[in-house]
Design a protein around this ligand. Structure first.
Ligand SMILES: [Zn+2]
Length: 170
């Protein structure tokens, strides 16, 4: 008996209508990804037919994994670039890996890739794949004040400058 194999599919992959199908890998996505593609009617109808044929299934990550994904994103400094949907993708990958399944994730999103690579989860991408793993810090563009990674305002409280991400030297 071997482990189940899952392939997690994010929004960009669904919008490309280019989902690999093979019998030994289960394609899976999340509710928030489906919500994101709803606006695109043609994609929605294509994806609906995938769902109906069970070529893609929907899984909801458990809250503890959402929390873990969120914490990891704060640690790496990727949080500021990530939507709730991105966090859900990471959470689902962590959960399936923890359950002993083989997981790969199709995504072109750098932040998702940055976190998953650290966790040794396979990434497939269409156009963009990161070459290195980074940690980020938030700093004010003008005065250089550093902010914690969960700082949620766009502007510096000291000088009003824009908050940007800077690569942290490891
Ligand atoms: Zn400042």
């Amino acid at each position: 008996m071997h482990n189940k194999r899952y392939r997690i599919i994010d929004t960009t992959a669904l919008l490309m209508w280019h989902i690999p199908f093979d019998t030994d890998v289960i394609n899976v996505t999340t509710d928030s990804v489906l919500k994101e593609i709803k606006k695109d009617e043609l994609t929605k109808s294509i994806v609906d037919s995938y769902l109906e044929a069970k070529r893609i299934i929907v899984k909801k990550p458990k809250k503890e994994y959402i929390d873990r994904a969120y914490r990891l994103a704060l640690e790496t400094g990727d949080k500021i670039k990530m939507s709730d949907t991105d966090i859900e993708i990471v959470a689902l990958a962590l959960q399936l890996a923890d359950e002993g399944s083989d997981v790969e994730v199709i995504t072109d999103d750098y932040s998702i890739q940055n976190i998953l690579q650290r966790m040794n989860i396979n990434i497939l991408s269409y156009f963009r794949k990161i070459k290195n793993i980074y940690n980020w810090v938030l700093v004010c563009e003008k005065c250089g004040k550093k902010y914690p990674n969960d700082y949620d305002k766009e502007y510096c409280e000291i000088c009003g400058g824009r908050i940007i991400r800077k690569r942290k030297n490891l």
